[in-house]
Design a protein around this ligand. Structure first.
Ligand code: PLP
Length: 396
């Protein structure tokens, strides 16, 4: 038998397995050995999907809504996405500018595939959500990273961005509130960023995955500015807003020709997102919205608890998250202690010795932080933070 030459395509070597998924897999392995692990790695709501949404899926099953749908998603759902976005943010998208995807990640993947060419530059603020770097690399475009300021809560500003824009810049990615830092780009600053990009003909991709989870300000979408629809690309997701991570429903709100380009790709890969999940998504968007507010109130309570507990740990500092459900403490001082060189090593030891799973900052482009997801029960937050405190004190 002759071995296959170059068995794996070269473009696959430009990406790696999502580090957040790897942390969860490591935690799972330990748990399978009978260890009591507190998992702060997973970025997903610990709430169940609201009952009205589940019932809509049950009805879809009972009505045998189990066949292929249009690859771009059912008309009813595309309309519901546009209407909810209009109601929440004052935008004016039409269904022809909306495509339903298999989760928000898929929207981001298809947008980047559909607009980027090798050699293009994409500006990404640091810290960034892991996936941006890999999906951009996969297109052959180049990531240009912009450092933000921890003392300013990691929020991107137009003046930080401007020096990084070149004739090759095709896209800027903004995720506000941000995974992993919880940073919020205030409306006025976001408008400046929009103006900088639009006047140069650069796409501004706004990842609105956590847009409803803001603690001290009202949600807004930069796509609501007059004329913004031409260069602003919205990547949306129902995963976190409605505790629907497993249902895999996301969407893109983009210029109609780009929706068409994404559809081409989708029609040869996933085809339609799951039919019954689409019906559930219609109910999520059109039904009562009170579960979103209830989850936000609970996340706020947990955020206050987590930040206080982290700041009580000697040598640990933590910027205040203004949205989403992550804390991004700086454990630099603890890292400098004997034997621990990197956040990666810190997290490996934290898992092995204190049985707490957290994601190392290297996954998000920084080396002195760890990401803690507080989408976990108060009981777990209590136990996990006790363990982290003891672990750090042990090395001080
Ligand atoms: C910043 C950000 N964007 C997009 C997503 C995509 O979520 P999903 O593919 O589950 O809809 C996530 C998920 O963790 C995220 O953190």
């Amino acid at each position: 038998m002759q071995a296959v030459a170059n068995p794996i395509a070269e473009r696959i070597s430009s990406i790696s397995v999502s580090s957040t998924l790897k942390v969860s897999a490591d935690a799972e392995k330990l748990r399978a050995e009978g260890v009591d692990v507190v998992d702060f790695g997973a970025g997903e709501p610990d709430f169940p999907t609201p009952d009205n949404i589940k019932q809509a899926a049950v009805r879809a099953l009972e009505q045998n809504f189990t066949k292929y749908t249009s690859a771009a998603g059912i008309a009813e759902l595309r309309k519901a996405v546009c209407e909810r976005h209009a109601q929440d943010f004052g935008t004016s998208y039409q269904p022809s500018e909306c495509i339903i995807t298999v989760g928000g990640k898929h929207a981001i993947f298809n947008i980047t595939q559909a607009v980027l060419n090798p050699g293009d530059e994409v500006v990404i603020p640091v810290p960034y959500w892991v996936t941006y770097k890999d999906v951009v690399n996969y297109t052959g475009a180049r990531c240009v990273f912009v450092d933000t300021d921890e003392d300013q809560g990691f929020a991107l500003t137009a003046s930080m961005l401007e020096p990084h824009l070149t004739a090759r810049t095709k896209m800027v990615i903004v995720n506000s509130p941000c995974n992993p830092s919880g940073a919020l780009v205030e409306r006025g600053e976001f408008e400046k960023i929009y103006r900088l990009t639009s006047e140069r003909g650069i796409y501004l991709m706004t990842d609105e995955c956590y847009c409803k989870f803001l603690y001290d300000s009202q949600p807004f979408s930069i796509a609501s500015l007059a004329g913004a629809k031409e260069t602003v690309l919205v990547a949306g997701s129902l995963s976190k807003t409605y505790a629907m991570t497993g249902w895999r429903i996301g969407f893109g709100l983009v210029p109609a020709p780009l929706a068409g380009a994404m559809l081409k790709l989708q029609s040869h890969s996933t085809s339609n997102p799951t039919s019954i999940a689409q019906k559930a998504a219609v109910e999520a968007l059109r039904g009562p919205q009170d579960s979103v507010g209830a989850m936000l109130a609970e996340y706020r309570r947990r955020r206050d608890f987590v930040i206080k507990r982290l700041r009580d740990i000697p040598g640990v500092t933590c910027a205040e998250p203004r949205g989403a459900f992550y804390a991004y403490p700086n454990v630099g001082i603890a890292l400098r202690q004997k034997g621990i060189q990197t956040a990666q090593q810190f997290c490996e030891r934290l898992l092995a010795e204190a049985h707490v799973a957290a994601v190392p900052g290297e996954a998000f482009g920084t080396s002195r932080h760890i990401r803690i997801s507080y989408a976990a029960s108060m009981n777990d937050l209590q136990r996990g933070l006790d363990r982290i405190h003891q672990f750090v004190v042990k090395y001080s």
